[in-house]
Unconditional design. Structure first.
Lengths: 104, 670, 529
């Protein structure tokens, strides 16, 4: 039953899970992973629209966007993890509640 | 350019060169070098003005020298050019001649001063400015000189700047003069509006144009509250110029700076505050006489102010004990007489008094300087006396100067002053305008009677009787060096001889001076001038009366201060009313104090109040309150920034939901 | 096409700034030298602007045009005419003087010098830009270096002064930015080019005016506000005394000498030509504010104890004269106004340098800390007196020519404002001489003052060019005026024509509306909602 509706539902569930993870979890690694989830949720939406939108074979914009997002996500994960490691070395924590040196 | 105009072009710049040499290289020149350069510059300018004068006197035509175009903007074209005509040639000779003598005198007088080069630099700069004033061929150049002499006056009054009082006196002179210059400037603006030019010749030529005459005589209603004032344009212009003249020539209400100006070195008082600069107001009015006679109300105001100043200042001169202050008030008073003459249409009479006054007042000041020099700086008449034998040359020349200013025939002052008195009395004695003439005539006569008194008081207290100062000072007193006595002698000769240039028709003279000026100054009032011949006997009668008054008052003063020196004090003691009056006169009617209360302090107070209330309190309050609001709001807003990623994510989500909701709403609506 | 002088003037200082910034931190002396050489080079490059300027030509000269962002109608267009040529040269002349006057700076030298050089580029850019957006870029770019100069190298209350300066200026200039964008769309020209916009906003024939009356008023107001803050016109002036007092000497020189001219220049170049009709409508208000500025500024001076504050308030008065001369549309007044901008840069710059000389020796600017200085520093006294006299407009100095032309020209058009403004001349003498007296004359009352050294070589080098100019402009103003006059005549002719034209059109429209309204009112198109 690969309908557009179901695909979008999956996309929304993934995205919402990601949002929940970013907001509710305090471990910075989990937050990063949740961001990946959100991105992937969006990716699914792109792909499904590309699949079901007539005429998309001539202008595969959705697919291109997904590729772009994946590249950005990889870069973001690399930079993010590097920051997390640097932070962990200095402060011995991965708790986001304790990472608040940038407040007012 | 012929030789005369080449010389004319050079004359002022010689003085400028002297100024530059002394000003820039003063220290290298040293005292003697500085004095030599300064004196040489002045004398050279005199020598170079001789060919100019010869040319003017022989042809009667003006000598001109065009130098360059100074300001040239749209319809404003001002040349930097000199013009030496019948009027300015006299000023030229007086300024360079008397100026040279005073430079020479200064070399002796200032010999021991610490900054001789600076002194001569200023003095030369003054000569330059004065020559610009006199020789400029347009009103703007006159204004340049006008402000320039004011500057030099400021610098020279405050020459000994370490004394704050003297520096203050200089500043006072400059600012009061600037008030006058304000009037002068307004006059310039209005002149340009009418004539589109500042050139004397253009103005004079266009005065005949009927359109311009109509424009000038156009009357404005200046109804302010209940007072209904009608003022013609030319009336406004001339009043503005008269304000300028009153500032420079120390007339009521702007005379207050001149007595204080005596803080400067005495030769400066002689040159600037007696012989030349202060007479430039009269020169200016003579220059514009054709304009002034178009505004009879202004003429009346000039005559009235002049007469009032003459009497008022003479009154104050009676009670001064500082030898220079007596002479200063005397100068104010004599200037008042000159304005009295101008206001009654006696332009040549007033100008002739400028001419003779330059000699005898410079002489008197230089004589006073010689006395002060001999007594090592003593200026108080009460500590002088008995100097006749110590300073014979000074005494003799001072005596001549005193006789001249008193109006004793045949000294110069007799001729010039009687000319003025005749102009003042003319309306009364010829029966044309009795009340007017009576008031002005009385003012003039009273002022000259008082002149006789205070001058003989000064002469007697300084030179005659027994010495009243310390014996030591008296024994040290010595005649001044030749550099100082020579100018005295030359000026004394001029004070005797100058009057004969203008022996009136009434005494069967040729009135050469008046005849000479007649083509360049206006004739006014026209009827009186035409009927002049028929009143010779009245004029002769007036001369006799005023000569008798001069003799009488002089004798009276001599008698009091020689035989009964205690008399004034006794009289004052006996009658408290007179004593109070005396104190009032001695303290100069508290005019300075009144100005301070009414003008100076309120202005300063307003300034301070405006600063505190408007700038600091009101305007800055707006700014600071705005800044405060911004600070408070941002202080609250920055609390949102708690540093926790989770919180940011929540806000982010909320924002995203809001946006989404908004878009959905729009979609729904569409 | 001739050499791109103006672009060179924009590039050289920035390049110099980059060079200075790249120097190692220890080499303070080299940084100063590099900055001085850059400033001198800029000055040398600007000399052809003077020599090759064609005085008889009223149009823009040395014009360079390049497409910048064609899609947005943005062009890089620079040029100078009689209004701006003197100001550009004044800027390049004052800059080496400022660098020399900053020789005693020890703190963060290279940043300081770089800031000054960048400021120079921005100032020149503002004077030469012929494209509104380009102008706006330079205009805002000036703000940052000046903010830093006051805020970092300033006196005790530098942060307050810097913020005040910044806020006043930015509050003034943001509405201008909005107005620029608005004009871009509403003029129908889709361009930022000044000349095209001017033509579009003031159509010659009977084409419809692109802006409604109230829109034109708002736009004029936005432009005028930005410039009025910079001038500063009363009552927007209170940032100036604070900024001057806190700024370092060279900062004050450049602030008074050039930055304030941005305001008057902007009014002249943008606000008036773009909206001549509205400018004429608001002229009475501007004239009154200018006269208030003259008198009020002079009065303020009488209440000051700090020399810099006094001179700052005197700037308010002097620039009041400039503004006065602009809003009467008289050739003499406008020429005087432009000359007076230059004069004020010269004499007030020199006054601030004089204050700096004393400040370096005594670290105070309070009048009461001085007295009798003429005895100790005679040459300094002579210089200060000359500069003072120039500031109060004594004939023979530059100040006289400017003030006289303004007042003379204004008097021909508006009597009362000219008369009131003339009283400023009396007050000017009062406060300036009062200052000179308290500093120079009297006895030396403070022991510290007894052994102050007279002017040194470097100080002479900063003051001498200005002294020469003071007399040069005073004695031979024609040399300067004949470069200004043709532009001014052309400018005024255009503005007067535009004002007349616009008034006629508005009147005609009003008549038309008055005729049409009663007929149209009950028509069917006028449905009630």
């Amino acid at each position: 039953m690969l309908t557009l509706h179901n695909c979008l539902l999956l996309s929304a569930i993934l995205f919402a899970t990601g949002v929940f993870g970013v907001i509710a979890r305090r471990n910075v690694l989990i937050v990063l992973m949740s961001i990946e989830l959100m991105l992937n949720g969006v990716n699914i939406a792109f792909v499904s629209f590309a699949r079901f939108y007539p005429g998309s074979s001539q202008a595969p914009a959705g697919h291109v966007f997904v590729l772009l997002t994946m590249a950005v996500a990889a870069a973001e994960a690399a930079v993010g993890l590097a920051i997390v490691i640097a932070w962990f070395r200095n402060r011995k924590t991965t708790d986001t509640e304790e990472m608040r040196s940038l407040r007012w | 350019m012929n030789e005369a105009s080449r010389c004319l072009a050079v004359v002022p710049f010689l003085c400028l060169a002297g100024f530059l040499a002394n000003g820039l290289l003063g220290r290298r020149l040293g005292r003697n070098g500085g004095a030599a350069v300064g004196v040489a510059a002045a004398i050279a300018s005199f020598l170079f003005s001789i060919p100019v004068a010869r040319e003017v006197f022989s042809t009667g035509e003006a000598v001109k020298a065009d130098l360059f175009s100074w300001i040239d903007v749209s319809d404003l074209q001002v040349k930097f050019a000199f013009l030496c005509d019948r009027l300015s040639v006299i000023m030229l000779l007086v300024v360079t001649g008397v100026g040279s003598l005073i430079h020479l005198y200064s070399a002796g007088y200032m010999a021991h001063d610490a900054s001789v080069p600076r002194y001569f630099a200023y003095l030369n700069l003054f000569m330059f400015s004065m020559l610009l004033l006199v020789l400029g061929d347009n009103l703007l150049l006159m204004f340049v000189g006008w402000e320039g002499v004011g500057l030099c006056s400021y610098l020279l009054i405050g020459f000994w700047f370490e004394d704050p009082e003297k520096a203050y006196a200089g500043r006072k002179a400059f600012i009061v003069n600037r008030i006058g210059d304000f009037g002068f400037a307004l006059g310039l603006f209005a002149i340009f509006m009418v004539f589109h030019s500042f050139d004397y010749e253009t103005i004079r030529a266009n005065l005949g144009d009927s359109n311009i005459r109509e424009k000038l005589l156009h009357t404005f209603d200046l109804g302010i509250w209940f007072v209904d004032v009608k003022l013609s344009l030319v009336g406004a212009i001339t009043l503005a110029f008269f304000l300028g003249a009153a500032g420079k020539s120390a007339q009521i209400p702007l005379y207050v700076w001149l007595p204080d100006a005596m803080a400067g070195p005495t030769p400066v008082s002689a040159l600037i505050h007696a012989a030349t600069m202060v007479t430039s107001g009269i020169y200016m009015i003579c220059r514009l006489s054709h304009l002034f006679v178009m505004a009879p109300p202004t003429m009346d105001i000039i005559a009235g102010v002049g007469g009032a100043t003459a009497v008022f200042a003479a009154l104050m001169a009676l009670a001064q004990n500082d030898i220079k202050k007596v002479l200063a008030y005397s100068t104010v008073s004599q200037l008042g007489l000159m304005f009295l003459a101008l206001g009654t249409g006696g332009f040549s009479a007033g100008f002739f008094h400028v001419f003779t006054h330059a000699f005898f007042k410079a002489l008197l000041f230089l004589g006073a300087g010689s006395v002060i020099h001999a007594l090592s700086g003593e200026q108080d008449l009460r500590r002088m006396g008995g100097l006749k034998n110590k300073l014979p040359a000074t005494f003799a020349t001072m005596l001549i100067g005193t006789l001249a200013i008193t109006g004793i025939p045949p000294f110069a002052g007799f001729f010039s002053k009687d000319e003025i008195l005749w102009k003042a009395w003319e309306g009364c004695l010829t029966g044309q305008n009795v009340g007017h003439g009576l008031v002005l005539g009385l003012l003039g006569t009273v002022a000259s009677a008082m002149t006789a008194f205070y001058m003989f008081r000064l002469l007697t207290m300084a030179f005659l009787g027994a010495p009243r100062g310390s014996a030591e000072a008296h024994s040290h007193a010595h005649e001044s060096p030749w550099t100082m006595t020579l100018p005295l002698i030359v000026l004394a000769i001029c004070s005797v001889a100058a009057g004969f240039l203008n022996v009136p028709h009434a005494l069967h003279g040729g009135a050469h001076f008046s005849a000479w000026l007649q083509p360049v100054v206006a004739a006014w009032p026209e009827i009186a001038t035409a009927q002049h011949v028929s009143h010779h006997s009245a004029e002769r009668g007036l001369m006799v009366v005023s000569t008798l008054i001069a003799f009488g008052v002089s004798g009276f003063a001599l008698w009091i201060y020689l035989k009964r020196p205690g008399l004034p004090a006794e009289v004052i003691q006996k009658s408290p009313g007179l004593g109070q009056l005396y104190a009032l006169v001695r303290d100069k009617f508290y005019i300075d104090e009144a100005y301070d209360r009414v003008v100076v302090r309120p202005v300063k107070l307003t300034a301070f109040a405006l600063w505190i209330f408007v700038d600091v309190l009101i305007i800055d309050m707006f700014i600071n309150v705005a800044a405060l609001v911004a600070e408070v709001v941002s202080e609250a807003a920055r609390r949102l920034q708690d540093g926790v990623v989770g919180t940011y994510a929540v806000w982010f989500l909320a924002g995203a939901m809001l946006l989404l909701g908004y878009f959905l709403y729009i979609l729904g609506a569409a | 096409m001739s050499a791109p002088i103006l672009s060179a003037l924009l590039v050289i200082p920035v390049a110099g700034a980059a060079l200075v910034a790249l120097l190692p931190r220890e080499n303070a002396r080299e940084a100063k030298l590099a900055a001085l050489l850059t400033a001198l080079l800029t000055f040398l490059v600007s000399i052809p602007l003077w020599t090759q300027f064609r005085p008889g030509n009223a149009a823009m000269q040395f014009v360079e045009t390049r497409a910048w962002v064609p899609a947005l109608g943005l062009t890089y267009k620079v040029g100078v005419d009689g209004i701006s040529v003197l100001l550009v040269i004044l800027t390049t002349l004052l800059m080496p003087i400022c660098v020399l006057a900053s020789w005693s700076i020890t703190d963060r030298v290279k940043e300081y010098m770089a800031a000054f050089l960048i400021l120079e580029s921005a100032m020149i850019g503002s004077f030469v830009a012929q494209d509104l957006l380009l102008f706006y870029v330079f205009w805002e770019a000036m703000l940052i270096p000046m903010l830093l100069i006051i805020g970092v190298w300033g006196g005790r209350r530098r942060v307050y002064a810097a913020l005040k300066f910044f806020l006043f200026t930015i509050v003034g200039s943001l509405p201008m930015f909005v107005a620029i964008i608005y004009l871009y769309f509403k003029s129908g020209a889709q361009t930022f080019d000044l000349e095209t916009l001017r033509a579009a906003l003031n159509p010659a024939g009977n084409e419809p005016l692109p802006l409604t009356v109230s829109a034109a008023r708002w736009c004029f107001f936005a432009f005028a506000l930005a410039f009025a803050v910079k001038v500063p016109i009363w009552p927007l002036h209170t940032w100036l005394p604070d900024a001057h007092v806190e700024a370092p000497t060279a900062g004050s020189v450049i602030l008074a000498g050039v930055l304030l001219k941005m305001g008057t220049y902007g009014l002249l170049r943008f606000a008036i030509p773009l909206f001549p009709g509205t400018a004429a409508e608001f002229a009475p208000i501007m004239i009154v504010l200018a006269v208030i500025g003259v008198i009020y500024g002079s009065l303020m001076c009488l209440a000051q104890e700090d020399m810099k504050k006094l001179i700052a308030y005197s700037s308010v008065a002097h620039l009041g004269f400039c503004v006065l001369g602009m809003f009467v549309w008289n050739d003499k007044a406008l020429s005087g106004s432009i000359l007076q901008m230059v004069n004020h840069g010269i004499s007030t710059g020199a006054l601030f340098l004089c204050v700096g000389v004393l400040y370096e020796r005594r670290h105070t600017r309070l009048l009461e800390d001085f007295g009798g200085i003429a005895k100790v520093m005679p040459w300094y006294a002579a210089v200060l007196i000359i500069v003072t006299l120039s500031s109060i407009g004594l004939p023979g100095t530059n100040g006289f020519i400017g003030e006289f032309l303004i007042l003379l020209g204004t008097f021909q058009v508006k009597k009362l404002p000219a008369i009131f403004a003339s009283t400023g001349v009396v007050l000017g003498a009062a406060y300036m001489l009062w200052m000179a007296q308290r500093v120079l004359f009297g006895r030396v009352t403070h022991e510290e003052n007894e052994h102050l050294g007279d002017l040194r070589g470097r100080e002479w080098a900063t003051l001498l060019p200005l002294l020469v100019l003071i007399f040069a402009i005073g004695v031979a103003p024609n040399v300067f005026l004949n470069r200004v006059a043709p532009t001014v005549e052309n400018y005024n002719r255009q503005i007067r024509a535009a004002i007349r034209h616009e008034n006629e059109r508005r009147e005609a429209e009003n008549r038309h509306r008055a005729l049409m309204t009663p007929l149209e009112a009950p028509g069917p198109g006028d449905s009630r909602k």
